[in-house]
Ligand binder design. Structure first.
Ligand code: FES
Length: 117
């Protein structure tokens, strides 16, 4: 367990996404955060297809309708709630989820919950 305060919830527009970088023991972690009301869904910014970052512009991870996370490299689409790829070259694979909680209007993550750490 390695709980880190990522940001204030208000830093992310409700229904939209943001990108954050967290350093832990000398290792940089690039994270995707999608906010849905008082909930935050956090994943590593690495596509399961070839490991590319997903955003086409910094912090912009969602499709036009803001219904799914979109990989800008080859167009894979992922469900926001669990990171499952529902179309694209990595269909059936999932983004790597990072355990996150929202407390006192702030987002906390547990970096040790990811396989990449
Ligand atoms: S790198 Fe994401 S779909 Fe290919």
């Amino acid at each position: 367990m390695n709980r880190t305060r990522l940001c204030a919830l208000a830093q992310i527009t409700d229904g939209d996404s943001a990108g954050f970088q967290v350093a832990d023991q000398g290792v940089r972690h690039d994270l995707i955060v999608v906010r849905r009301g008082g909930a935050a869904f956090v994943y590593r910014n690495s596509c399961p297809h070839i490991g590319a970052p997903l955003d086409f512009a910094p912090g912009r991870f969602l499709n036009l309708d803001k219904t799914h996370i979109l990989c800008s490299t080859h167009g894979a689409m992922f469900r926001i709630e669990d990171g499952l790829c529902i179309s694209g070259p990595c269909l059936g694979d999932s983004l790597e989820r990072v355990a996150a909680t929202v407390e006192d209007e702030a987002v906390f993550v547990d970096i040790s919950s990811t396989a990449g750490s």
